[in-house]
Design a protein around this ligand. Structure first.
Ligand code: MRU
Length: 381
């Protein structure tokens, strides 16, 4: 079920439609998502009345980005509980909807854990559903707070690395309010720099094949009045060579214990370019993205997506139909095989710093990362 909004992509006001929210209309609780596959053309909301609709929204990237996936997963468990569905089954389906962003399973397990604990304590389904919802709301609120703190720490680091301001920052994929309870991760740092007059330019990688940069980051940058320029991913090399990039800011979907960073495919080549050109490469992510159970980059499962995302181009306005076909315009001969990993892994030695809400780690080592994350894990259930 989807509601149409009157606003269009030409509207340059900051968006007021939250990426996700929980509502309790008389017909029963729902999770409402801003459908990111329709942006920037229109703001359409998807109303999820069960966990399987939410699983589908996660797979189709209607809701996406690591921190938001965690929040969506937690609300999904709360939704299953509130509507009397099988909570354990829903939790498994939600946690497995996408494999790389560890936040998804962290969010799901948090709400599931709260549900189980309350059910075990009281045996009362209603109280258990309330506990799952409280856990989801807490995660949502904490993510907003973490986002503000990442922006502070990230801006301080930028100013330290690049004294004098006038930062020209390159970013990849989408890491703003659309992926967060707050203003995001890497994008929130660029936004903070913009607000204090220290962002000269935001270079936005279009982020093939699904164009999260062109469709979503450019949309958020425009709405915030930032000076931004869109480039194709393969134009980044000549941009570095021309001396036009002062820093790279990206998010992460999973950070292994050794500091290896999985993020949107195309991130690793940027890290290589940044090293060659002596440009700081900064990863901004909440501590929930650091996975102590994944020892290194080779252990990170990289999601492989359908080939039609590469062999076809789909306009956001066109609803995609069909199981095998993407429903888009073919740009390759019929039957062409495509290599379509959704993420790549950047080794820690190419990362100048990892910025979290607890502060920054630089150089990136397993010990320093564990110490930093240990601080917040002591207080998070
Ligand atoms: O496939 P997506 O669009 O969910 O990928 C998102 C990214 O790769 C982001 O860079 C990452 O989740 C960090 S968002 C703070």
């Amino acid at each position: 079920m989807a509601d149409q909004y009157a606003r269009t992509g030409d509207d340059t006001r900051p968006t007021e439609t939250p990426a996700i929210r929980w509502e309790e209309p008389p017909e029963g609780p729902v999770v409402v998502l801003l459908d990111q596959t329709r942006l920037p053309a229109e703001e359409v909301e998807l109303v999820c009345t069960d966990a399987s609709t939410l699983v589908e929204a996660i797979r189709s990237l209607a809701v996406r980005g690591a921190p938001l996936l965690g929040i969506a997963g937690a609300y999904g468990v709360a939704l299953a509980a509130a509507r009397g569905f099988a909570v354990e089954e829903a939790a498994e389906a939600l946690a497995g909807a996408r494999p790389t962003a560890v936040n998804l399973s962290v969010g799901v397990r948090r709400a599931q854990g709260a549900h189980r604990a309350e059910l075990g304590r009281t045996g009362d389904q209603k109280l258990a559903a309330g506990a799952a919802l409280a856990a989801a709301r807490a995660l949502h609120r904490e993510d907003a707070e973490a986002s503000a703190r990442m922006a502070e720490h990230g801006l301080a680091l930028l100013d330290e690395l690049l004294p004098g301001g006038g930062h020209r920052v390159l970013t990849h994929c989408n890491t703003g309010a659309l992926v967060s309870g707050g203003e995001g991760t890497a994008f929130a740092v660029a936004l903070a720099a913009h607000r204090v007059g220290r962002l000269r330019r935001l270079w936005v990688d279009e982020t093939r094949p699904l164009l999260q940069g062109a469709r979503l980051t450019a949309y958020e940058a425009a709405r915030n009045g930032m000076a931004y320029t869109l480039l194709t991913d393969n134009a980044a090399g000549s941009l570095f060579a021309a001396g036009e990039v002062d820093a790279v800011l990206v998010g992460a979907d999973r950070i292994a214990a050794d500091g290896s960073v999985a993020n949107k495919v195309g991130t690793y080549p940027l890290a290589v370019l940044a090293r060659y050109h002596h440009v700081p490469f900064i990863v901004v992510a909440p501590v929930t993205t650091v996975d102590p159970d994944t020892p290194d980059g080779a252990s990170i499962e990289v999601e492989q997506r359908a080939g039609h995302e590469v062999t076809e181009i789909t306009a956001p306005q066109v609803p995609v139909a069909g199981a095998e076909a993407g429903g888009g315009i073919a740009v390759a001969p019929l039957g062409t095989q495509a290599y379509n990993p959704a993420f790549d892994v950047t080794p820690p030695e190419l990362v100048t710093a990892i910025v979290t809400e607890e502060g920054a780690v630089s150089p990136v080592t397993a010990g320093a990362l564990a110490e930093l994350c240990g601080r917040s894990r002591q207080v998070t259930i």
